[in-house]
Design a protein around this ligand. Structure first.
Ligand SMILES: Nc1nc2c(ncn2[C@@H]2O[C@H](COP(=O)(O)OP(=O)(O)OP(=O)(O)O)[C@@H](O)[C@H]2O)c(=O)[nH]1
Ligand SMILES: [Mg+2]
Length: 427
């Protein structure tokens, strides 16, 4: 299995359709009013974390992703159709960075998590929005805004529950090979393992976890020595580390301290991870004494003596992992700053909320409500009477109050589906 962990992709969200200028010309209506409809919204590009995906292979073959533009507005006040969002499914553990400024746009850590990476443009308003008592026949309409466009780098951080760390040749791969079905290469020379290997470890019928066998670390790894540096970043997401020591080595205590210094020097707070210590190769001469010495020097550490070669002592380690893992959180890597699309209210079917509010910009809000949309179908919102009905609906459904509570201000624009209105506070 090739491990694809970084891909550059060009993204372009759809542009909003232009609003148009048109006038009503109907039989028996002497003075037709402005009737240019609004353009539809452009499609956004939305990334969704999906546990069924394990690689960035799809992205490797689709280096450019584009969403459709919204349609132009139509005559007789009809809206242009909005374009569909493009959904990009990526593995859990994917990070999306803007190549222009290295900013992290999204850190997809949970199954089903959705992040809008490129916002589609908004449709322009048709001329009927611009009629005033002085100018009943406005000849201008808004253009749709452009959809966002950016080059991003998509990176997959290896997601494993447990990461194996230690000097080369201490038996990390041997451990993985005896507790999982993975078959990593094992040999008595250093740096046998060159790329991270993953294995699924089944503790019993109810509990399994992912273990990552990583290349050996050496002194200076945090500054790039050996192979460690490239792969230290992969263990950033590990919730728990198993530190493997070779008790046949001259000074396992010193080995232990060397590795811990490297972890501390790496900027991912790796040294704060819970560590279980597997004292391996207990079959070697002098191992018992060295184990004793280690316990005396570090009485508070959790130590598991083992001989992975003959799969002895590993069971106690697995049971302890089973106990600990459920209590350890996932480590988010970055604080995401998706500043524009700040979600303030999520639709929660269990609570039977009838609407959801999303902040899309400083003074721009999006409203989602099946119920309201159904009611709106029957309203002609450009008739004053129906507009009042709509306002009453907003109030009765609690939407007005909710908008206010979320910080919507006088004059802010709110849209639902293809319809936009201004939030006006009466005094
Ligand atoms: N005596 C003894 N040797 C072991 C034991 N476990 C592993 N070995 C041997 O130690 C050597 C290194 O084992 P690996 O599992 O490849 O070590 P590693 O930590 O993955 O090494 P790198 O991938 O190079 O970092 C091999 O020759 C193994 O057979 C053990 O319990 N006792
Ligand atoms: Mg190895």
């Amino acid at each position: 299995m090739q491990f694809i962990d970084k891909v550059k992709v060009h993204l372009k969200a759809g542009n909003g359709g232009d609003g148009i200028v048109a006038f009503r010309r109907e039989k028996y209506v002497p003075l037709g009013g402005p009737a240019g409809g609004d353009g539809g919204n452009g499609g956004s590009i939305v990334f969704v974390a999906d546990t069924n995906k394990s690689t960035l292979l799809d992205q490797r073959f689709h280096r450019s992703i584009k969403a459709e533009n919204g349609e132009r507005g139509k005559t007789k006040g009809m809206f242009g159709a909005s374009a569909e969002d493009v959904i990009v499914k990526v593995p859990v553990g994917t990070i999306v960075k803007d190549l222009a400024d290295e900013r992290v746009l999204a850190d997809l850590t949970a199954d089903g998590q959705r992040e809008v990476i490129c916002q589609g443009g908004k449709g322009g308003r048709g001329n009927r929005h611009f009629a005033t008592s002085r100018n009943t026949a406005p000849e201008h309409a808004e253009l749709g805004t452009s959809g966002e466009e950016r080059d991003v780098e998509i990176e997959l951080k290896l997601l494993a529950d447990v990461g194996l760390v230690g000097l080369p040749s201490v038996g990390k791969s041997t451990l993985l090979s005896v507790v999982s079905a993975a078959r990593p290469e094992i040999a008595d020379y250093p740096f046998t393992t060159l790329t991270p290997q993953l294995g699924m470890v089944k503790v019993d019928n109810t509990f399994s976890f992912v273990m990552a066998d990583l290349p050996g670390l050496i002194e200076g790894a945090a500054e790039g020595k050996g192979l460690g540096h490239d792969f230290l970043k992969h263990i950033e997401r590990c919730r728990l580390l198993v530190h493997v020591l070779d008790m046949g080595h001259e000074d396992p205590i010193q080995d232990y301290e060397v590795i811990n210094r490297e972890l501390a020097d790496y900027p991912g707070k790796l040294s704060e991870r819970i560590q279980l210590i597997l004292c391996n190769k207990m079959d070697e001469e002098g191992a018992e004494e060295k184990l004793q010495a280690f316990r005396e020097k570090y009485p508070d550490r959790e130590v598991f003596p083992a001989s992975t070669l003959i799969n002895e002592g590993t069971e106690a380690l697995l049971w302890r992992i089973k106990q600990l893992l459920p209590e350890i959180p996932l480590y988010p890597l970055y604080d995401t700053e998706l500043s524009v699309e700040k979600k303030v209210f999520r639709y929660d079917p269990e609570e039977e909320k009838e609407f959801a509010i999303f902040r899309e910009g400083e003074h721009l809000w999006r409203l989602e409500s099946e119920k309201l949309l159904r009611r709106m179908d029957r309203l002609d919102l450009h008739q004053e009477e129906d507009a009042l009905r709509f306002a009453r609906l907003l109030r009765n459904m609690g939407i007005e109050e909710a908008l206010r509570q979320e910080g919507c201000q006088n004059g802010d624009e709110v849209y639902i589906g293809d319809f936009a209105f201004d939030f006006v506070e009466e005094d």
